[in-house]
Design a protein around this ligand. Sequence first.
Ligand SMILES: [Zn+2]
Length: 373
Amino acid sequence: MRYCTQCVLPDTRPGVTLDADGVCEGCRNHARRGQGIDWDERRRRLDAIFEDAKRRNRGYDCIIPVSGGKDSTWQVVKCLESGLRILAVTWRTPGRTALGQANLDNLVRLGVDHIDYTINPDVERKFMYKALVKTGSTGVPMHMAIYAIPLRIAVALEVPLVVWGENPHVEYGRTDDSDQSDELGPGWGQRHGILQDSTPEDWVDDDLTLKDMEPYTMPSEEAFKRAGVRSFFLGDYLPWDPAESLRVASEHGFKAREAGPRLGLYNYADIDCDFISVHHHFKWLKFGCTRLFDNLALEIRNGRITRDQAIDTIRQRGDQTPHDDIASLCEFLRISREHFAEIEAKFRNHDVWKQVDGVWRIPGFIVPDWKWS
Ligand SMILES: [Zn+2]
C-alpha cells in the first residue's frame, strides 16, 4: 500500500494510480482542470440547449434529480434563472435525515413541482441486504434508483431534458475535455463501473421478482432515443465551484449541519442520509481510507492545507466508524449488529489489514502513531 506523495489517497482506492513520481491521477489532473475551456462558449451552448427544450416541450422543460443537498439547490436556482419549468425528482432514501427533509422542502418552495419517489421498503430492504452481503456496499441499489428513476420519468412524461449536477468522474479523475459529451443515458452507470457490472435482472431470485425491480430498471436505449431525452451534467457547461454552489444554495435557504460534519470534513455534504456513512465505512475495510481522506485530498489540491496538516487531521479525528448509523441500518435491514460484524469481517481486505496480537491494523498506515483497537 502506497500513498500519493501530494495528497493522502492510497493506491488501494479504486481509481487511484500513482505515476513514477508517486503522484495520483487526481492530483495530476487537478492542475489541468478547467484549463483551455472557453466557459463563455459553453454557456452559449447551454442556453441553446435550454431554448431548444422550451420549444420542444409539452409541459416541463426539464427534470432535475435532487437529493436536497447544496448542489441540487444550486442546480434548481440556475435552471430557474434560465426560465425553465422544472420537475424535481428524488429517490427517497430510507435513511433520510430531518435536515435532508428540511432542505428538500426548502428546494420545492423555490418554485418547482416535485416527485418524492418512495420504493416499497420491503423490496428495498431485501435488495440492500443482498447488495451489502454480495458487494460490501449498499451502493448498487442506491445508484440504480438514483439514475433510473429520473430517466424513466423523463421518458414517460416526455420531458426533453434531465439536468444532473457535477459529473462524479471529474472530482477524482478525468480531465475536463475528455468527457464533454458524457451524457448520462441508460448505459452510463455500466460504462463507469458504478453498478459493478450488474443489472436489475441479476438480482432476481425467489425473494425478489423482476417486477419488484421496476424502480431500479433503466428505460431501454430505444425508448430513451425515441423520447428525444437529453440527459447531461450542468458541470460540463458551467464552472463547478463547491464554495460558490454552497454560497448560492445558502442564500436560497439551504441549511448546513450546525452540529458539524456527519462524516469527513464538511458540514454541508453527506448530510441527507443516515446510510451514506456506512457505504463509506466499508471503504475503510476494503481500501484503508475513509471519506475524510477524499475530502482532505481535495483541500490539499486546492491549496487550502498542506499534506502534513491533513495527516494531523486524520490523527486528531481518530476512528471514523459510524456506530449510530450502522445501528440505524441494521434496524432497517432487520439484522443484528453481530451479523453486520460478520459481513464487515468478510470484506476486510487482508492485503491491506494484518492482525497483530489479536488487533487488526494497517501496516505502513499514513499516521504512524495511530491507535489501533
Ligand atoms: Zn494525490
